[in-house]
Design a protein around this ligand. Structure first.
Ligand code: NAD
Length: 276
């Protein structure tokens, strides 16, 4: 049975909604009375998220959508128009993880990473912005990463993809704000989700390192979702949910060399070359 979604609260579409942060964002918007379009490549996770948001009292539909394929995003936008008469908030959240030193990463590793984490966001924006321009209103929230700002060693393809998401968001901020569309970019440090399920990289060691960082996060995916919800409503463009991440970014803006030296030191330690 199709639920009538033509009236109600804000219309929100979330990619990668079948797990982790995407699911928590869906639950946070559900709590605020939103109508939700939930998209992912994993249908089992999507169905679970739908059950959870409906239990929270929200109306939702799910659609399988691979963000690498523009035609699937265009079809998702079309369904949003048919079922909800438009879209108020687009959250480009779908993403995958990767690691490995540059000399070990293949060009296929690069293409895969860029196709999901960067081009997936470009294509999401391309599919939904025409409708937002037609409405003269809307909000876009792009999920990047602290990796975009810090460029830690051993994950250059992820760093570049996420830096691209920040640059795209800054470009859209300038172009779309005068036209009534709000833009935000989110740069979290590590937090516990299923992100490592998608891990691709040449060595197991970097996966284990990232697993430890995910486990040690002081804040949960639900906390990150809450911060994104409240700070985007408050009008913040760049949202840095982790306090230590925000401090590191302040430090890099004031004195980038301190962070460059720290990253060289870190890589030296990882590579057993601590005298560098
Ligand atoms: N967890 C962290 O530490 C962390 C830190 C910074 C940024 N992020 C970013 O947060 C976002 C959400 O990740 P998460 O941590 O919740 O991980 P997750 O793996 O739990 O969720 C990501 C979801 O994206 C989906 N997905 C992957 N490829 C897709 C594709 N091609 N099309 C559609 N959906 C696809 C997955 O199926 C999954 O359900 C990602 O963009 C990630 O890079 C995560």
């Amino acid at each position: 049975m199709q639920v009538n979604m033509h009236s109600g609260g804000q219309r929100v579409v979330i990619t990668g909604a079948g797990s982790g942060l995407g699911r928590e964002l869906a639950l946070r918007y559900a709590k605020a009375g939103a109508r939700l379009a939930l998209a992912d490549v994993q249908e089992k996770g999507l169905a679970e998220t739908q059950t959870m948001v409906e239990a929270a009292g929200a109306a939702a539909f799910v659609q399988r959508c691979d963000v690498r394929d523009f035609s699937q995003l265009a079809a998702l936008a079309q369904t949003c128009i048919e079922r909800m008469d438009g879209i108020d908030v687009l959250i480009n959240n779908a993403g995958v993880s990767s690691g490995g030193y540059f000399w070990d990463l293949s060009l296929e590793d690069w293409e895969w990473q860029i196709s999901v984490n960067l081009m997936g966001v470009v294509k999401g924006c391309k599919a939904f912005i025409p409708h937002m321009l037609g409405q003269g209103a809307g909000r876009i929230i792009n999920i990047a990463s602290m990796a975009a700002l810090m460029q830690a060693p051993g994950m250059s393809n992820y760093n570049v993809a996420k830096a691209g998401v920040v640059a795209l968001s800054e470009s859209l901020l300038a172009e779309l704000t005068p036209l009534g569309i709000k833009v935000h970019v989110v740069c979290p440090s590590f937090f516990q989700t299923n992100l490592l399920d998608s891990f691709r990289g040449p060595d197991q060691a970097s996966k284990e390192q990232i697993a430890k960082l995910l486990e040690n996060s002081p804040i949960s995916a639900a906390d990150v979702a809450e911060i994104i919800f409240s700070r985007s409503q408050a009008g913040d463009f760049m949202i840095l949910p982790h306090e230590r991440g925000a401090q590191a970014w302040e430090l890099k803006k004031a004195n980038p060399q301190v962070i460059y030296d720290e990253m060289v030191h870190l890589a030296g330690k990882q590579l057993g070359q601590s005298s560098i």
